[in-house]
Ligand binder design. Structure first.
Ligand SMILES: Cc1cc2nc3c(=O)[nH]c(=O)nc-3n(C[C@H](O)[C@H](O)[C@H](O)COP(=O)(O)OP(=O)(O)OC[C@H]3O[C@@H](n4cnc5c(N)ncnc54)[C@H](O)[C@@H]3O)c2cc1C
Length: 498
């Protein structure tokens, strides 16, 4: 008898992970991807002689003992890729008020810097650094919580008991925590520059804790290396992928997903469907406007999504050796990204292979933007891209003198680019924004009322990111196997599968 067949919609990292786990569990897999290439937003592109890295700044939890280590091992990411531990996560610079802070792995040093920025905020700084030091106690089970026994759930809660008071203290938003606990405007700005004010405050100690524990890493070769490792693993496991295949509809008969219809009219049938496309795409478009249950309706209506971004990259015939981390600089005059004025400019330098020839660099800025602005430009789109490039080059030159004269390549990815190439819904490149409400909330990977359909991807893991997206693919297949009565076998002997 043939093994059950699975259609996976979307070849981002979540779809690739779902495909890998389905193959490891002996299922037949056909992955359908809208774009010409696999990877989704986890991608990089060539602009000779430069490479624009469109994604990865840091990969969390992959060092020995890290909470995602096992998933990376199962998917052939570690130890296959060489990982470099990030020593400095970001530098925040305010040349107007004359201060700066470097978020380094050394928590003592960081504590001293933060205390100097806010001498009257000793309590808040101590609370933050202590919480960061203990955040390694945070434990995230990698198996689908639906399948966990009560004993396993209790064990998991017990493991995190040391974090209870921290989670309680940091339970609100980043913005409200800063307002309530931090008096110094400099310290507020220095901490606030790390994330959106609507995000959970707990994000701060978690990231700083992961940094301190050496759990923020970057693979050698960057995004491209990571994407290629996953694609390689998928193919080596015998997965089949068709690119430039846009799914228009999920076919449903008698309350069960039975296949998909593609934009070119092709119909494909399968025993199960996993959608790793965005939740709005899957639930509102591909299911043809079927009524949703209350929980999904509320999520789609109430949960904010990530602000769209414009990614501006310039290839330059020089380097800035002192620029060793992502740097966020306060501007003297706001920078207009379409109709969004920004007062802080993030920038990062990429040097060496595979990014730039010797002596050259790619300097990149990820800028908050607005979907509505770019989607309504029509024929003015090209001019708006050019205007943004010019403005950003001028702003970058303010921090990196000589940059403007050394520019050899420019590249702008707007929210429309993210939609065209990865179908990022309204340019929300990481799905639902994590908020105090949805942070840690478990989003079921099913659509009530439709059997045989599982959801994976960053939209079922608020906050997005590579590891949660990979994990969602793993859990979707685990649930599928449990439902269909087949064995989920991700870890039999990873080497033997090759
Ligand atoms: C600039 C940037 C920086 C980032 N930095 C980091 C970082 O440092 N660390 C980190 O962990 N994460 C980072 N992320 C986030 C991370 O890349 C994403 O969360 C993750 O890659 C999402 O994977 P996904 O598979 O869930 O979704 P996507 O990558 O969005 O994949 C969805 C795929 O489905 C396809 N698709 C959608 N609809 C259809 C359809 N109807 N038919 C066929 N195919 C369809 C799309 O084309 C796409 O390929 C960053 C992202 C960006 C853009």
């Amino acid at each position: 008898m043939n093994a059950p067949s699975v259609l996976v919609i979307g070849g981002g990292v979540a779809g690739l992970a779902a495909g890998c786990y389905a193959r490891m569990s002996g299922l037949r897999v056909h992955l359908l991807e809208h774009n010409r290439e696999l990877g989704g937003v986890c991608t990089a592109w060539s602009r000779e002689p430069y490479l624009v890295d469109g994604c990865l700044r840091w990969l969390i939890g992959g060092a020995p003992g890290g909470m995602f280590r096992r998933v990376y091992e199962e998917l052939g990411i570690v130890p296959e890729l060489t990982m470099h531990t990030i020593e400095t996560f970001a530098r925040i610079e305010d040349p107007i008020d004359g201060w700066s802070v470097a978020y380094t792995r050394d928590l003592q040093q960081l504590r001293a810097q933060l205390s100097a920025l806010g001498p009257a905020d000793g309590d808040a700084v101590a609370r933050l650094c202590d919480a960061a030091a203990h955040s390694s106690e945070l434990h995230m089970p990698i198996d689908a919580p639906e399948l966990a026994s009560w004993r396993e759930r209790l064990a998991s809660l017990w493991q995190m008991r040391g974090m209870a008071s921290t989670m309680l203290h940091f339970r609100g938003t980043l913005g409200s925590w800063l307002e309530q606990h931090v008096r110094s405007p400099q310290l507020r700005a220095g901490l606030g520059a790390l994330g959106d004010a609507r995000m959970p405050a707990a994000f701060l100690p978690m990231v700083l804790g992961a940094l301190a524990a050496g759990q923020l890493q970057r693979p050698e070769g960057g995004t491209l290396a990571l994407r290629n490792a996953l694609v390689h693993r998928f193919r080596e496991l015998g997965g089949q992928a068709t690119t430039e295949a846009t799914v228009e509809q999920i076919l449903v008969a008698h309350g069960r997903a039975i296949g998909v219809q593609l934009a070119d009219g092709t119909t494909l049938h399968a025993d199960a469907v996993v959608s790793a496309a965005s939740a709005p795409e899957t639930l509102t478009r591909l299911l043809g406007g079927r009524p949703l249950d209350l929980a999904w309706t509320e999520r789609l209506e109430r949960w904010p999504i990530f602000d769209a971004i414009a990614l501006v990259s310039v290839g330059v015939a020089r380097q800035w050796p002192e620029l060793d981390a992502q740097t966020i600089v306060r501007l003297r005059a706001p920078l207009q990204v379409g109709d969004v004025p920004l007062t802080w400019l993030p920038l990062e330098q990429f040097v060496g292979p595979p990014y730039a020839p010797p002596g050259h660099a790619v300097v990149q800025s990820i800028l908050r933007s607005r979907w509505g602005y770019w989607s309504e430009l029509g024929p003015r789109y090209g001019a708006a891209k050019q205007a943004l490039t010019d403005t950003v080059i001028t702003a970058l030159d303010g921090r990196l003198p000589g940059l403007a004269a050394a520019v050899r390549m420019t590249d702008v990815a707007t929210p429309l680019t993210f939609w065209r190439h990865a179908r990022s819904w309204q340019g929300a490149y990481e799905g639902f924004l994590p908020t105090a409400e949805n942070f840690g909330a478990h989003v079921p990977k099913v659509v009530p009322g439709i059997a045989n359909l599982w959801l994976a991807g960053q939209w079922v893991e608020p906050g997005g990111g590579i590891p949660p997206a990979l994990l969602s693919g793993r859990q979707a297949v685990q649930l599928l196997c449990a439902e269909r009565g087949c064995a989920f076998t991700p870890d039999e002997d990873v080497a033997a599968l090759r």
